[in-house]
Design a protein around this ligand. Structure first.
Ligand code: GCW
Length: 688
């Protein structure tokens, strides 16, 4: 069981004697939890510390709630700051905690884990267990606060009422839904608290349980009772539940003839529904809405604006303290014969003029790039076009365009190119991470959504190694400046143990993986050259063009790339603040890795690197594939150091990836070799 993956990075495997030597005698002998609410996060902190320390160190600590023990020796005190102050006195030094933040002090032979709220204390407990699990007994004393208040997982789980299928998950690669089955919420929800535990352990505080392509049936009374059951199971982990809405619900599920957001019967319908939800789930997190996008209903049907649509829900939920997360992923099919048509322009075109028209409890959730979770995109220009509206960033943990869990692709280096991008709003430093935290435009709301898509598979998302992306998503939402290599190191030790060889190998492969995948799947900003029509899997460069989806390459026999300049193209570069717009407007100042995103150039165009575009294509595909072909050998060197079940599973996938990278390499290289008629200087690419 421990090796199967269900406990993921929370296995609490026993440390070897060499790692605990000299530490066990002085280790605390009891856990004191002050003023824990019933079944709340503090109670979880207590049971988790007990379980973790037993697993990691083999010590069975006493657990008590006696206030007298505040300053006792050899005690782990877990509390909220408020209780600590009233029961034990001031914390010294004075600490500054934001909502959900914690204070961790392991100096001396006692430990203080003090949360701004119960949830914060739970996060502190998990942090302490992470240190112990890594064999780190050093003295630490610090406060840690999250970068932003909204840190949510989004699940794209379907109810599957019509098909009676077992809760499929859109773009999910880890089996059936843990929540839904045949149109209903499952009786057996035993995976829910296990998932809650994982979410909490990396600081995630909310979850939207159903697909943004939402089924109105989630709102029927039976299912709302089920939502309550789910919320009850997540609550001990400090994870609040939200749901995705189908905009047409009053008509589809109710018996109204309209779903016009300004119609009084519609307003009443949503108000009543919302009141009912809060009766069942008083700490309900909020609504997530995908409207007027990819066939979903929305306010535009009635000539109402997207903000009028969002505010309908905002007003219904406001008295209860919930929020509405409204997705900016709204676009239309386009005609490629129009040189100026550009899907990347859509979000700003739809949303910029609505800035200032959203109610205060609306958060606009923006995919990291302007198109759709590609292997490389620039940051979405919308982040710098709505200063009056709080925004959050949507990242995809599930590897839809990035190998669907069959390829190892460690995503934080990609995410950090976006989070660390400076938008230069008004010529001033304005990193995306500071925009989504609310800092740049001074908003209280802001944050992170990760499309996680765990399922019933006992690896949760379909592959052991892919779980580092889930772990890292939480870590980066907490601290977007954390080092992605440190994160995967920590994750590896907790998941696979302390063997230096294992840690070195997994870290090495992980850190090379995104760049390798970009190399063989689509470089220079041309996007993942995958099959975009159906599977989003495997090489299919021809599928990008000649359709309305707008993920075009505009490749012909001489030239390639999207002209997004203001001077001659779609004008997309001009949607960025001036400094950035100037940079992307010209080939000389556009970084090579985004050249073909912003410019349409001959294959013979010379990059900053000195290579031509076409030769770079060939070289990158060969280098990328060569990198991952070494992965199986690297992994095999660990035989005997990883349990046989996970060893075999990972090896199987890495071998598959090594082979598939050759298919990618040859598919793409030969496609452009044929199209351009320009040979590879190194003569590797066949001509058909
Ligand atoms: O990337 C596309 C996916 C769809 C998804 C959509 C969205 C849930 O291919 O599967 O639908 O984005 O984000 O709404």
């Amino acid at each position: 069981y421990a090796e199967s993956g269900i406990d993921a990075w929370l296995r609490y495997a026993r440390l070897p004697a060499s790692a605990t030597k000299g530490h066990l005698n002085s280790f605390p002998n009891r856990i004191v939890v002050l003023n824990a609410s019933k079944n709340g996060p503090l109670a979880s902190a207590s049971s988790e510390l007990h379980k973790g320390i037993k697993g990691i160190l083999g010590l069975d600590l006493d657990v008590s709630s006696s206030v007298k023990s505040c300053f006792a020796q050899k005690t782990i005190v877990v509390s909220t700051l408020e209780t600590y102050k009233s029961s034990c006195g001031k914390l010294s030094p004075k600490v500054n905690l934001k909502e959900d933040g914690y204070w961790l002090n392991t100096k001396g032979n006692s430990v203080q884990i003090i949360g701004q709220n119960e949830r914060g204390a739970l996060y502190g407990a998990f942090q302490y267990l992470s240190l112990l699990g890594q064999g780190d007994f050093s003295d630490v004393e610090y406060a840690s606060n999250p970068s932003a208040p909204v840190r949510w997982a989004n699940q794209w789980d379907n109810l599957n009422a019509a098909t009676a299928a077992h809760g499929s998950i859109e773009r999910g690669y880890g089996g059936a839904s843990i929540f839904f089955d045949s149109g209903l919420i499952k009786e057996d929800l035993s995976r829910v608290p296990q998932y809650g535990r994982l979410l909490a352990s990396v600081g995630l505080n909310g979850i939207v349980i159903n697909n943004v392509n939402a089924d109105a049936n989630l709102l029927n009374e039976t299912n709302l009772q089920g939502v309550k059951r789910i919320a009850d199971l997540f609550r001990p982990w400090g994870v609040n539940v939200g749901i995705s809405l189908n905009f047409a619900s009053p008509q589809v599920l109710g018996d109204l003839t309209t779903f016009d957001p300004l119609d009084s019967t519609v307003i009443k319908w949503w108000t009543d529904k919302t009141d009912r939800i809060y009766q069942l789930v008083p700490d309900f997190a909020g609504y997530l809405v995908k409207a007027n996008s990819e066939g979903q209903p929305g306010p535009l049907t009635y000539n109402r604006t997207l903000s009028e649509g969002a505010n309908l829900f905002a007003k219904a939920i406001e008295p209860h303290g919930g929020i509405v997360v409204f997705r900016a992923f709204v676009y239309d099919q386009l005609n490629e014969t129009d040189w100026k048509a550009d899907r990347a322009n859509a979000a700003v075109q739809y949303f910029k003029e609505l800035d200032g028209q959203f109610d205060d409890n609306v958060l606009i959730q923006i995919k990291f790039g302007p198109i759709d979770f590609q292997v490389r995109e620039p940051a979405s220009p919308l982040f710098a076009n709505m200063p009056k509206t709080p925004v959050s960033i949507e990242l995809e943990v599930t590897q839809e365009y990035l190998g669907q869990q069959c390829h190892l692709v460690y995503l934080p280096p990609l995410w950090q190119t976006i989070l660390g991008f400076d938008m230069r709003y008004n010529h001033r430093q304005s990193y995306i991470r500071d925009i989504v935290s609310g800092e740049v435009f001074n908003h209280k709301l802001g944050g992170y959504a990760g499309v996680v898509n765990v399922g019933m598979d006992d690896t949760w998302i379909g592959s052991h190694l892919a779980m580092s992306n889930f772990f890292a998503f939480g870590r980066l939402a907490w601290n977007p400046q954390a080092d992605s290599q440190d994160i995967v190191e920590e994750w590896t030790r907790l998941t696979f143990g302390l063997s230096r060889d294992v840690v070195a190998a997994i870290v090495d492969m992980s850190m090379k993986s995104w760049s390798a995948y970009e190399g063989y799947s689509g470089n220079l900003g041309i996007q993942t050259l995958t099959d975009i029509l159906y599977t989003h899997y495997g090489a299919n460069p021809a599928s990008q063009d000649n359709n309305g989806w707008g993920q075009w390459t505009r490749a012909d026999s001489k030239t390639i790339g999207m002209d997004r300049t203001v001077s001659n193209g779609t004008g997309n570069a001009g949607q960025y603040p001036k400094d950035v717009a100037n940079m992307f407007e010209h080939t000389q100042t556009t970084p090579d890795d985004l050249l073909l995103w912003f410019h349409h150039v001959p294959y013979t165009f010379k990059l900053h690197s000195g290579k031509t575009v076409i030769q770079h294509f060939y070289d990158a595909h060969y280098t990328g594939a060569a990198t991952v072909q070494k992965f199986p050998t690297t992994w095999k060197s660990l035989k005997g150091q990883v349990d046989s079940e996970r060893y075999a599973d990972v090896l199987y996938r890495l071998q598959y990836q090594a082979g598939h990278s050759l298919v990618w390499r040859d598919g793409i290289s030969e496609f452009y070799r044929n199209l351009s008629s320009i040979p590879d200087k190194l003569n590797r690419v066949r001509n058909h």
